[in-house]
Design a protein around this ligand. Structure first.
Ligand SMILES: Cc1cc2nc3c(=O)[nH]c(=O)nc-3n(C[C@H](O)[C@H](O)[C@H](O)COP(=O)(O)OP(=O)(O)OC[C@H]3O[C@@H](n4cnc5c(N)ncnc54)[C@H](O)[C@@H]3O)c2cc1C
Length: 327
């Protein structure tokens, strides 16, 4: 294996990091209590700081310049080549406390959670945040509303059977409870430029959450080009917001909503097929289209390639793959 064995020092205790191992894996192996979720450099929940050496450049990918200058880095991306003294973050620096104000079901598996803040929470519709439980367990969830809607964030949370965080949110969190919320992250959001451009939005399951925010934002900002939203799941009972989206399509001539079902039972008014296949079959050419892909990682990765091959430019393809945390 490439690399060298190095020493990691945290609060005067020293741990070994094996050749080729990431700082995060080394610290987890040594049972250090460090917050993490995606292990892919997306969620930033394992961000720590080097107190002595410059972190490797690759471990700072996607961080703001101010954080880079302070030697912050992502433990999941860091394969150190020299000993490091590491400071774990003071969570209050990056997390704000919010209060749950709405907690109700959108369908049999999906929870609508609305969290309110005392002060304005700045974000772009479509971004995601990390939610953190008191014991440090952290997961990423996409924001489903727009910043215009006062000091609240809306989330759509799918219950994953046996999932530690989603089951906790579904079964235990109630109105009035507080929860720690990180700064907003991610680049999958609408920018009010080229308003005549076509927008293609494709999502599976709770991939609708960021797409709903992007759609509301685009319509509110007067986007004049065609907007197509393809939302898919296997069963009818796993789709949601169907009536509201149909109503929106009646109100806005340029907005088209295509709910797709890949299972056997397909009621009238729904399209049969996998959402990615239905969406791709609906266009011969995606040149000059802006594409937003959210939800199941396999769908997202496949559609990135396919929409590019159909003519969309890479810089116009925005995506959030909902990676689950590897166990
Ligand atoms: C950028 C981003 C945005 C996200 N936004 C949302 C969102 O808006 N809404 C949302 O609901 N989720 C979202 N997620 C996913 C979310 O972060 C969690 O991964 C998810 O809620 C599961 O966490 P958990 O703790 O309940 O499950 P965990 O306890 O972490 O369990 C995950 C484990 O379950 C197993 N598993 C994986 N897939 C399945 C499956 N389909 N069925 C059964 N078992 C499985 C795997 O072994 C996996 O390791 C997002 C993820 C990312 C990275």
């Amino acid at each position: 294996m490439k690399g060298v064995m190095v020493k990691l020092t945290i609060e005067e205790k020293t741990y070994s990091c094996q050749p080729g191992e990431t700082v995060l894996d080394a610290l987890l192996r040594e049972h250090v209590n460090i917050s993490y979720a995606c292990k892919k450099g997306t969620c930033h929940s394992c961000m720590v700081r080097s107190a002595d050496t410059l972190p490797p450049e690759a471990a700072q990918a996607g961080l703001k310049n101010t954080l880079k200058k302070q030697n912050h880095f992502l433990a999941c991306l860091c394969r150190p080549e020299q000993d490091m003294i590491i400071k774990l973050p003071d969570q209050s620096e990056f997390y704000t406390e919010g209060t749950v104000v709405v907690n109700e079901m959108l369908n049999r598996n999906t929870l609508l959670l609305v969290i309110a803040f005392e002060d304005a929470f700045e974000f772009s519709a479509g971004q995601f945040v990390n939610l953190q439980r008191a014991d440090g367990l952290t997961r990423s969830y996409s924001i489903a509303n727009t910043p215009q809607e006062s000091n609240t964030l809306e989330f759509h949370i799918r219950r994953l059977t046996g999932g530690r965080f989603s089951e906790w949110l579904h079964d235990e969190i109630t109105v009035g409870d507080t929860i720690a919320v990180s700064e907003p992250r991610g680049h999958c959001f609408y920018l009010p430029e080229r308003s005549e451009q076509g927008l293609l939005l494709v999502g599976t399951g709770t991939g609708l959450a960021p797409l709903a925010g992007i759609l509301t934002d685009a319509l509110a900002q007067g986007h004049s080009g065609p907007i197509y939203l393809f939302h898919g799941s296997r069963e009818f009972d796993d789709l949601y917001r169907i009536d509201e989206l149909r109503q929106l399509a009646r109100q806005h001539q340029n907005f088209h909503y295509i709910p797709c079902l890949s299972g056997k039972h397909v009621p009238e008014g729904f399209t049969h097929g996998r959402v990615n296949e239905v969406a791709l079959a609906s266009f011969t050419d995606l040149k000059d289209w802006r594409v937003f892909l959210c939800g199941h990682p396999e769908m997202v990765n496949q559609m990135k390639k396919m929409t590019f091959l159909k003519g969309a430019s890479m810089k116009d393809i925005y995506a959030d793959a909902f990676f689950v945390t590897p166990v």
